[in-house]
Design a protein around this ligand. Structure first.
Ligand code: MN
Ligand code: MN
Length: 345
């Protein structure tokens, strides 16, 4: 764009351009600060688990935010109060596991699931999590025997390698799984039906659905699912509390990002692309394709927050703004408006 100036470092990467780690059961690919240097505070993973395939029981230091893009799966976790969580999630649902909370994911029929994971640490790697098999394999059998009150030979046939993603029989009924332990259920569930909730904002141009600590108390990472109609636009705005990690689900987008000091970059996005906008950098996202644009905005702050340029101009004296922009006050009164996350087409 002729208004572009300076290089902000690339604001775009794509899962379609990175190494895909396969096992005979499923696959995962990741975009981290190592291959996407601007992505300092969040890392992303795209994972596929066919029916029965399991992402091994594991935990990690950062928190995990996730969105199901296809199919369905069963997720499990337990918190530090020994309270259980087991749920089935489907396309459009999200989950959130706080840092250190151990969990698993398994594909359900008929075709398993695919999902996006976002971690609140750009350095995180899906290849370096704490795996239950890894711990068993590196703990003396006598210690395991003492811990569980069973003979050491119990562990003779435990797999000697990490499983990570492996095939297992598909799970039985959710009710049976929930009844196995008599422990209480976690007070704040780790799953949330993001796509099924009523939009927080809706206009002729599109909609925004938000899941943050106000309606999804388990989370410390806010997020939004944004839909923009062809020709519509996510308005000029910025986020005062956090960087923004984006995932483009469908459609074609053009984002302009303003970094101050005269620097501005414009970037095109297609499905499977990841975008990144540092905290308080001004930006807009246009739907420049023929189909509905759908993308995710994910943040490291518990609360969702954005500042609207139009709303700013509406809430300070119009004469003051007019003096800056050399626009008639009468024209400005028509331009400045209430916050409109997706402007009408
Ligand atoms: Mn995990
Ligand atoms: Mn934004």
């Amino acid at each position: 764009m002729p208004t572009d100036h300076g290089n902000l470092g690339t604001l775009r990467h794509s899962f379609s351009e990175v190494h895909n780690r396969h096992t005979d059961a499923g696959w995962a690919r990741e975009v981290t600060v190592r291959n996407f240097p601007i992505s300092k505070n969040m890392a992303g993973v795209n994972m596929r688990l066919p029916t029965g395939a399991v992402r091994e029981l594991h935990w990690h230091v950062p928190a995990e935010w996730a969105f199901v893009t296809y199919g369905s799966g069963r997720i499990t976790a337990v918190d530090s109060g020994a309270q259980k969580f087991i749920a089935d999630v489907k396309e459009g649902d999200l989950w959130f596991f706080p840092g250190g909370v151990p969990h698993s994911i398994q594909g359900l029929g008929p075709d398993g699931c695919e999902f996006i994971l976002v971690f609140n640490d750009g350095n995180f790697s899906e290849d370096s999590t704490f795996l239950i098999t890894d711990w068993f394999n590196h703990t003396p059998k006598e210690v395991l025997a003492e811990n569980f009150g069973v003979p050491a030979s119990t562990f003779d046939r435990t797999d000697r390698k990490d499983l990570w993603i492996f095939n297992a029989p598909p799970p039985g009924s959710l009710e049976d799984d929930l009844e196995q332990s008599k422990q209480p259920f976690v007070p704040n569930p780790y799953a949330f039906p993001l796509a099924a909730q009523k939009p927080n904002f809706e206009s002729a141009g599109g909609s925004v659905r938000i899941a943050d600590s106000s309606n999804f108390p388990a989370t410390t990472m806010a997020a939004a699912l944004v839909e923009v109609a062809p020709g519509g636009m996510r308005e000029l705005h910025w986020h005062p509390l956090s960087d923004e990690w984006q995932y483009y689900i469908s459609g074609t987008a053009r984002m302009g990002a303003f970094h101050g000091e005269g620097r501005n970059n414009t970037v095109l996005f297609h499905p499977s692309d990841v975008g990144y906008v540092p905290q308080s950098i001004g930006h807009y996202v246009q739907n420049v394709g023929k189909d509905t644009l759908r993308f995710l905005e994910v943040f490291t702050s518990p609360q969702y927050a954005d500042v609207s340029l139009a709303s700013w101009m509406n809430n300070v004296p119009h004469e003051l703004v007019a003096a800056h922009l050399n626009i008639d006050v009468s024209t400005l009164r028509k331009m400045a408006q209430a916050k409109t996350p997706v402007v009408p087409v």
